[in-house]
Design a binder for this molecule. Structure first.
Ligand code: ADP
Ligand code: MG
Length: 163
């Protein structure tokens, strides 16, 4: 059975697998895999999703970080999948927030309001091909999140959950 949207996932931003997403210029904030239990159910499919991320930027007392954003809610793309590095025994939840931050924010609590599915996980022949697809995911997310139905201000109580 399909999980009902929006899906809500939350957890602290933790260290990832060091795959060098920053080298790709596309950092991904990882949350613990236990955060994957959505309403106690596990059937969320692997793939790329879009939605909103709420970050408690004041939490760490870092003024520079808090000042870098006009609010605490950002567009995001999220990838859920298996990490081959861990021999397919561990799934990861990784979120690229579509915003430029002045510093890292490990330890900050992140709340995700997942509104839709973009595509399954794919294999790539090159880094460039992977980056190309992520750029497309980001465009899809930004266009979708501007639609009335998915605009954070129009989501009522659901939107306030991330804020
Ligand atoms: P890791 O393997 O530890 O997840 P990454 O190279 O993926 O390392 O970088 C992720 C970290 O970068 C996040 O945990 C966060 O602290 C920081 N970061 C900075 N800007 C962003 C962004 N726009 N989206 C996600 N994370 C970001
Ligand atoms: Mg990461």
């Amino acid at each position: 059975p399909e999980l009902p949207y929006p899906l809500k996932i939350e957890g602290p931003v933790v260290k990832g697998f060091g795959r060098g997403s920053k080298e790709l210029n596309i950092p991904t904030a990882n949350i613990p895999v236990e955060g994957l239990s959505v309403g106690g159910r596990e059937e969320i499919a692997n793939g790329v999703y879009f939605g909103w991320a709420g970050l408690d930027l004041g939490q760490k007392g870092n003024k520079e970080l808090a000042k870098s954003a006009s609010g605490n809610v950002f567009p995001m793309v999220m990838s859920i999948g298996w990490n081959p590095f861990y021999k397919n025994t561990k799934r990861s939840v990784e979120v690229h927030i579509i915003h430029t931050f002045p510093t890292d924010f490990y330890g900050t609590h992140m709340k995700l309001l997942v509104l839709g599915y973009i595509r399954p996980e794919l294999d790539y022949v090159s880094k460039e091909a992977l980056i190309g697809d992520i750029k497309t995911d980001i465009e899809i997310a930004l266009v979708s999140l501007e639609r009335d139905r998915w605009h954070v201000g129009e989501l009522g109580n659901e939107g306030r959950w991330v804020g």
